[in-house]
Design a protein around this ligand. Structure first.
Ligand SMILES: Nc1ncnc2c1ncn2[C@@H]1O[C@H](COP(=O)(O)OP(=O)(O)OP(=O)(O)O)[C@@H](O)[C@H]1O
Length: 252
């Protein structure tokens, strides 16, 4: 069995061009296979920045990221085959149907149409979307688009899946369909790293939680340990407020 940590983040910092501050400040993190890791933090904490670096979308200013011991600097293509990315913004074409979108995204992973068709149908079915497979995305609700967005990231059965707020702005039914699907993927062996502002959801879903604030990881543990080790905390929201404070985090 491969005992190399799936993700190693060593002293990763990020200062965007023109910025006067660090969006990530010397982050060290190690994530093992099989985890559902929730990256939680207030607005502007650095969650999207960290996840974007981990999936190779942007480069850190300094520090090192290793995925299965490999670096994007030398093994970019190889790493990309093993990861799936579900971004915060929809990556879907509104004028194409759900099925057409998914066949297109699957082809980007080098998958053949004949191979893709049954995979697309299975995922659409499991997420309650099979009756809408041939309808254009522009007619879909937010929750339906989020579910198609998720499928687009998992067609190639990635070993490691990154999701940036996969349940933002969806109704309870869609939220449940998405979290159930994530649990099934994890059971089947996919390691999941995701960001969310839904702390109740993260408490139920995550095996490990990292709380990030001002570009630094300020706490990391299982949800149960974080709750039991924080005085008077009844849930993850209490822990979050205790660690990050009540002050509003508006930024522009
Ligand atoms: N492209 C960019 N250029 C300059 N600054 C940026 C850029 N993207 C993000 N930032 C800044 O970096 C900091 C971290 O932003 P990031 O989007 O990673 O936070 P977040 O935790 O994902 O926030 P949210 O919960 O609001 O999505 C913020 O101060 C943000 O303004």
């Amino acid at each position: 069995m491969d005992t190399t940590p799936l993700i190693q983040i060593k002293q990763v910092s990020k200062q965007y061009k023109g910025a006067t501050f660090l969006s990530l400040d010397a982050v060290d993190l190690q994530i093992n296979r099989g985890e559902v890791y929730g990256l939680l933090g207030p607005n502007g904490a650095g969650k999207t920045t960290l996840i974007s670096i981990l999936c190779g979308l942007i480069k850190p200013t300094s520090g090192e990221v290793l995925i299965s011991g490999k670096s994007f600097k030398t093994d970019d293509k190889e790493i990309r085959k093993t990861i799936g990315v579900v971004p915060q913004e929809y990556a879907l074409y509104p004028k194409l149907t759900a099925k057409e979108n998914l066949l297109y995204f699957g082809s980007m992973f080098g998958m053949k149409k004949s191979e893709l068709k049954p995979i697309v149908s299975t995922h659409l079915d499991q997420l309650g979307l099979l009756p809408f497979a041939d309808k254009k995305i522009k007619t879909f609700s937010g929750g339906m688009k989020r579910r198609v967005n998720l499928i687009a990231g998992i067609l190639h059965n990635p070993e490691l899946l990154f999701l940036d707020e996969p349940t933002v702005g969806v109704d309870v039914q869609s939220k449940q369909a998405i979290t159930t699907k994530l649990q099934e993927l994890n059971k089947a062996g996919t390691t999941i790293i995701y960001t969310s502002h839904h702390l109740r959801e993260a408490q139920d879903l995550c095996s490990l939680v990292g709380i990030i604030d001002s570009g630094k990881i300020i706490a990391e543990n299982t949800p149960a340990k974080l709750i039991s080790e924080t005085e008077d905390a009844r849930n993850l929201e209490d822990v979050f407020i205790e660690l990050t404070g009540r002050e509003l985090r508006d930024y522009a």
